[in-house]
Write a protein that binds this ligand. Structure first.
Ligand SMILES: [Zn+2]
Length: 401
């Protein structure tokens, strides 16, 4: 058993309580929080903080080798550059590359991440990760002639990752997007997710190009598809796509161009959204309307996405970007929401028993020190987001990592 004491204990519980000069007692699970708990406590020092470890719900580590290979500033230009460099980037990301990616997340206090795997090549590098993983096997492909082959390949990858499931390694499934997956495949994958009770992730309404393509079969995607595939037509409407996810735990990634009706549907499905602000900015697709997302009571997380559309996997940098980008929202309240988005909200999306400091939760905790004391509790979240880049300690299931 370990008992830590800090000046500020940020619980992220339902009431969003922050306790001053409080203690947290834990083994692999959190045993108690409060004052005068049994045992000898380790005091973490002046201006110290204990809070739940952070969760990065959406990454593509297969792209971790990318620094300067891709073109930013416009979605289609970016996509063209991804298609050109994808193989090379995948092949060149090996042991060291995955290790560094995980190390960067770990330093920023990430205890768990949702990894989208499109090839399965990353499995051998990730199965011994010190961090918790939810490994989403992704399906992509619209060509009806090879639907069966793609499904078989997906099943093989799913099966392989299923074999290595343990306390820290869980699996999920991912349907790349409504424009890039054949509806027959969507149905098959969703059926599997329901049978096995797996979380699902799907990119949705990331760009204006996706909006015009799915609505009218027009726009930049038309040119793109004509270049890469012959006779392409949108195979599903956005609403038909969403309706497929009834009775699942699904997170839709991006949703920048999701309209009122679609957000309402996402809310009715009790589905979630993963917001990737840096990626959205670099691809210049605009920004998610967080106010509307909140008005529909949709659970949202903030995630880095992959290095294919980011310069860092540091989750503190990501929420800081969100804080600075959403100029229409009050920074004090937005900061509180953003801390939730990478803890308790994110845990729900990945089916994890962490994300808050409450009895019985996994003891996934971080500790760090603020540069000075904070007079009013209400301003603790914003100062955490502004001043912290790396943590001092990361505990996963009660073990220091
Ligand atoms: Zn993504």
């Amino acid at each position: 058993m370990i008992k830590l004491k800090a000046d500020y204990v940020v619980t992220m519980n339902e009431k969003n309580e922050i306790l001053l000069n409080a203690e947290v007692l834990f083994s692999d699970k959190i045993i108690d929080i409060g004052y005068n708990l049994p045992g000898k406590s380790i005091y973490l020092g002046k201006n110290s903080v204990i809070m739940p470890a952070l969760i990065n719900t959406h990454t593509h580590l297969e792209f971790s080798q990318n620094k300067t290979s891709l073109n930013y500033g416009d979605f289609i230009t970016w996509l063209d550059s991804v298609i050109l460099s994808r193989e090379e980037l995948f092949i060149s990301c090996k042991g060291e590359c995955y290790k560094n990616a995980i190390e960067e997340m770990k330093k920023s206090g990430v205890c768990a991440f949702g990894e989208i795997s499109s090839s399965g090549n990353d499995l051998k590098y990730l199965k011994h990760s010190p961090l918790k993983i939810v490994y989403f096997n992704e399906i992509i492909g619209t060509n009806p002639a090879i639907v069966d082959a793609m499904y078989q390949d997906f099943l093989n990858r799913l099966n392989e990752s299923e074999q290595i499931q343990n306390e820290k390694f869980k699996i999920g499934v991912s349907i790349h997007s409504p424009y890039s997956v054949h509806p027959i495949l969507m149905d098959k994958i969703i059926t599997i997710a329901k049978e096995k009770n797996l979380p699902i992730q799907a990119h949705f309404m990331e760009s204006k190009a996706e909006r015009s393509w799915l609505d009218k079969g027009e726009g930049e995607f038309k040119i793109f598809f004509e270049k890469h595939f012959k006779n392409a037509k949108p195979l599903i409407t956005p609403m038909e796509f969403l309706e497929k996810f009834e009775n699942t735990n699904t997170t839709f990634i991006h949703c920048v161009y999701a309209n009122e009706k679609e957000l309402q549907k996402i809310s009715e499905l009790k589905a979630s959204i993963a917001h990737c602000p840096v990626s959205n900015r670099l691809l210049n697709v605009g920004k998610l309307d967080l106010e509307r997302v909140k008005n529909f009571s949709i659970n949202y997380s903030v995630a880095t996405d992959g290095m294919s559309s980011n310069y860092s996997l540091n989750i503190f940098k990501e929420i800081r970007a969100a804080l600075l980008m959403h100029t229409d929202l009050h920074p004090k309240y937005l900061a509180k929401d953003l801390l939730k988005s990478v803890t308790i909200n994110a845990a729900k999306q990945l089916n994890l028993n962490n994300g808050s400091i409450e009895k019985g939760k996994d003891a996934d905790l971080i500790t760090f020190k603020l540069p000075d004391k904070i007079k009013e509790k209400d301003f603790i979240p914003i100062h955490i987001i502004l001043h912290i880049n790396e943590v001092d300690n990361l505990y996963i299931n009660g073990e220091k990592i």
